[in-house]
Design a protein around this ligand. Structure first.
Ligand SMILES: [Mn+2]
Length: 247
């Protein structure tokens, strides 16, 4: 891996708009650097201003390889998401498969997948994916083409990436849901959880965002571990008790 360039495998998120959006993206990027050990970039206002034709900053996801010319594989993650534990993605470097996580978690996804006639078990959340320059150029190009001709897309890049992936039959590796826990709630935490995706976090104040990231950040890992252990011990005791009381 990384034979041809220092930074062949990189990570990226988008932080476009006010200071709040930039700060949120920087916090998300910090968690990614800590978790993956990979160079992690924030695609910011300076880059967005180069694409006046884009409807929303979401579509910068379709320009990652243009803006990261030294990257051959890019892990993209939303800036309202936080890595919860250290993880290696080395096995996904430069492979034919597009890597992502299914999304059947909410009404928007259900509606969007129905709109574009992509079966739910083929529909992914575009807040996390791994793509590479060598194999996924047709996918990105088709998504870009669709973004110009689909008109009002319901979920922006998610709609066009799903439609492009499904119609091109791009080989895909669907990872377990722990790799992108959409609409993460505190009770969804487990020691296997990799990426907590706090959809809609940008609507909160900057103080609330800082608090959320601090609470779930690496400095609270030990406390979280004990909390989970306590919870699972309690659940085990309850099931043992139920077992014996049913005898
Ligand atoms: Mn998101």
């Amino acid at each position: 891996m990384n034979q041809h360039s220092e930074e062949a495998f990189v990570c990226a998120t988008i932080g476009v708009g006010s200071t709040k959006y930039q700060r949120m993206a920087e916090l998300a990027a910090q968690s990614c650097r800590w978790a993956t050990g990979l160079p992690t970039y924030v695609i910011g206002n300076d880059i967005y201003s180069k694409y006046p034709e884009l409807q929303t900053p979401h579509f910068l996801k379709l320009h990652l390889f243009d803006e990261l010319p030294h990257a051959s594989t890019v892990l993209y993650f939303d800036s309202d998401a936080l890595f919860l534990r250290k993880v290696s993605f080395a096995e996904f470097f430069d492979i034919p498969e597009f890597v992502c996580v299914r999304d059947r978690s909410n009404a928007w996804s259900l509606r969007d997948s129905a709109n574009i006639s992509v079966p739910l078990d083929q529909y992914f959340n575009s807040g996390f994916f791994i793509a590479n320059r060598r194999h996924h150029k047709p996918l990105i190009e088709e998504a870009r083409r669709l973004s110009h001709c689909l008109g009002e897309q319901y979920l922006f890049d998610q709609t066009v990436l799903n439609l492009a992936r499904y119609t091109l039959r791009t080989p895909t590796k669907f990872l377990p849901r722990e790799f992108n826990l959409v609409q993460f709630r505190d009770e969804d935490y487990s020691s296997r959880a990799v990426l907590a995706h706090f959809n809609g976090l940008c609507q909160r104040s900057i103080e609330e965002i800082e608090q959320k990231f601090a609470y779930w950040g690496p400095q609270h890992r030990t406390a979280r571990w004990f909390r989970t252990l306590r919870k699972s011990t309690k659940e085990t005791l309850i099931s043992v008790k139920n077992y014996f009381s049913n005898q």
